[in-house]
Design a protein around this ligand. Structure first.
Ligand SMILES: [Zn+2]
Ligand SMILES: [Zn+2]
Ligand SMILES: [Zn+2]
Length: 314
């Protein structure tokens, strides 16, 4: 998924969890909102308005932690963030207001707007020299009612639906960054990875049975994460997660394969490993793929799929 494209599938709780988990496996630990003319969104998660409730839910469950926030003005009618602002006279409401300079005639202390000091000072009558005028600041003046004021009133216009609204009517939204709570996602990791593997095979017409038991030549029963069967052919799948070296896990799965291959109708075993330190194998009855990110897992499942299909047919 690119930075800007949003997931086209329906955004569900599971979906958002999965998307957040995918980011974590790519070492992204903070969800940062992006505000652009085209919209507000969390990259690789989705449109702000579609996902914010689900992100808040994850935050309330401890999977995410609210971080810094920014605030934006939203149209109270259509939620658009594309609002123009205009200044107006707090007295008569006209938009025809001007910034004017306020100056003092130093010799006599008379204070007025710059335009009133033309040739002579209106108070003391002295000829105006520029070094005698001191700039005090700027104020605003209404061209309609001539009222002067320090700060104008502000009104907003929605570029999307065209309504005008005041600061009282505006939605002044807090848009949060969310930190991903890695520890909480670790608890979910196994079920997320199992789900990815299971749906990969189900989408290709396999019926997938969980915690499948296979009897070995030794008489022992071995448990695999899945048994995937299509047209009476299939394979056992072991899904294992390790943080570092996983040669132990590899050896245990391989031993199960050796024990079942001569006494079982289904002989092929696929080991799906999160971790490192083992050699992948794509072309034998005992297959093994390793991954670190969700993308890598999907890629490798796709890559090994043809071998699986030809292997279980032979
Ligand atoms: Zn006015
Ligand atoms: Zn004067
Ligand atoms: Zn609007």
């Amino acid at each position: 998924m690119s930075q800007k494209s949003f997931s086209k599938t329906e955004i569900t709780r599971e979906n958002v969890r999965y998307l957040v988990y995918s980011l974590l496996t790519k070492d992204i630990k903070v969800l940062k909102p992006v505000v652009e003319v085209e919209g507000i969104y969390y990259p690789d998660i989705g449109n702000y308005f579609e996902v914010v409730d689900l992100l808040e839910e994850l935050a309330s469950e401890g999977y995410l932690k609210r971080g810094k926030f920014t605030r934006i003005i939203l149209c109270p009618n259509c939620n658009s963030h594309l609002a123009l602002s205009k200044y107006l006279c707090p007295n008569c409401g006209s938009f025809d207001v001007e910034r004017i300079k306020l100056v003092m005639h130093v010799p006599c202390g008379h204070i007025d707007v710059l335009s009133t000091f033309k040739e002579k000072c209106p108070t003391c009558g002295e000829v105006i020299r520029s070094e005698d005028l001191e700039l005090l600041g700027e104020i605003m003046e209404c061209n309609s009612c001539k009222a002067r004021f320090d700060e104008p009133a502000v009104k907003h216009y929605c570029l999307n639906c065209g309504i005008e609204f005041t600061h009282r009517e505006a939605i002044y939204e807090r848009i949060y960054e969310y930190e991903i709570v890695e520890q909480k996602f670790k608890e979910l990791e196994e079920s997320i990875v199992l789900n990815i593997v299971r749906s990969f095979f189900e989408e290709r017409g396999f019926s997938v049975k969980e915690e499948a038991i296979a009897k070995g030549a030794s008489g022992l029963n071995h448990v695999f994460s899945f048994l995937a069967i299509r047209e009476n052919k299939g394979l056992y799948i072991d899904v294992k997660l390790a943080d570092g070296d996983c040669s132990d896990i590899y050896v245990r799965s391989y031993a199960k394969y050796i024990d079942i291959r001569d006494v079982n109708a289904v002989k092929s075993v696929l080991l799906v490993l999160k971790g490192s330190g083992v050699k992948e194998s794509y072309e034998t009855e005992f297959m093994c793929i390793t991954f670190n990110s969700v993308e890598e897992l999907r890629d490798k499942l796709t890559k090994i799929y043809d071998n699986i299909v030809s292997d279980i047919r032979s």
